[in-house]
Design a protein. Structure first.
Length: 276
């Protein structure tokens, strides 16, 4: 198990100032996104009520939400968090331009998705479609928050390691999070509770898993509590955990030092992964 860290400003790191600055940036992003989260969860609650009063609404499978950018390297899939939209990856996509990886495609899943396992199987379908369009190339997956858990389940439990040499996770509650105990009773959020049946599956032996993992986690993450639960500590997995100082959960996917490190990891992976 490897571990590194990224500072907010490596050349001048004052702990209390770094934390205060990170908290301020986080608060700004939270104010912009809280309305979207409320609408998504309110919509889920309305659907639940509709299901009780009449026909239930079926889960809608995920699909590309943006046209992939024209690149000729190893394809990259971006998987968002529960209440996020594709725009959460806008700055990250910009930071990956010209690194040789691509096309970069963002995929989503419905807030009505009943189970991370279902979303993971749908992610596998997206990987297959992207491989078919790229001549059978292996695919790298970057998952933010819940999206990282979907990606991990796919490669660790559903055989996706045969097609995905690299999974990068950002603020993903690999060990669950205490915040899920206080969250609305959404089926996906229940699976994020420490000790859930799904998380217990990911603790099981995974000998032979070929995928390499890089997990970014923050010491200021207000969504993953305690913060160390965003690490991957599994004896059978090739995992590197990267601690990002002074950056909150909402800021991780837009933080330039993080995107720079992701860019370097993608470049390295392309160099060591055989082409189709």
């Amino acid at each position: 198990m490897d571990a590194t860290s990224i500072l907010w400003r490596p050349q001048l790191w004052v702990p209390w100032l770094t934390t205060a600055r990170g908290a301020g940036v986080e608060a700004g992003w939270a104010a912009r996104r809280v309305a979207g989260i409320s609408v998504e969860l309110a919509g889920w609650g309305l659907r639940q009520l509709t299901g009780r009063l009449g026909p239930a609404v079926s889960w809608l499978p995920p699909g590309p939400v943006e046209e992939p950018e024209a690149e000729s390297g190893m394809p990259v899939l971006l998987v968002r968090g529960l209440a996020d939209r594709a725009s959460v990856f806008t700055l990250l996509r910009r930071g990956l331009r010209g690194c040789g990886a691509g096309p970069v495609t963002a995929v989503g899943y419905s807030v009505l998705t009943p189970d991370i396992r279902v979303a993971a199987r749908a992610l596998g379908d997206e990987v297959e479609r992207l491989r078919a369009r790229s001549g059978g190339q292996p695919v790298c997956v970057i998952g933010y928050s819940l999206g990282g858990l979907i990606a991990r389940y796919y490669v660790q439990r559903l055989g996706g390691d045969a097609y995905v040499p690299l999974v990068i996770t950002l603020g993903t509650p690999h060990g669950g999070t205490a915040t899920a105990l206080l969250a609305p009773p959404h089926p996906l959020l229940r699976q994020l509770r420490p000790g859930s049946e799904l998380l217990a599956e990911l603790v099981e032996p995974a000998a032979g898993c070929r995928t390499r993992f890089v997990a970014f986690y923050s010491d200021l993450d207000e969504a993953v509590i305690p913060a160390g639960r965003a690490r991957i500590d599994h004896p059978d997995l090739q995992a590197r955990n990267v601690l990002v100082h002074g950056v909150g959960h909402l800021t991780l996917p837009i933080h330039k030092p993080v995107s720079d490190e992701i860019r370097a990891v993608l470049t390295e992976t392309q160099e060591v992964t055989p082409a189709a």
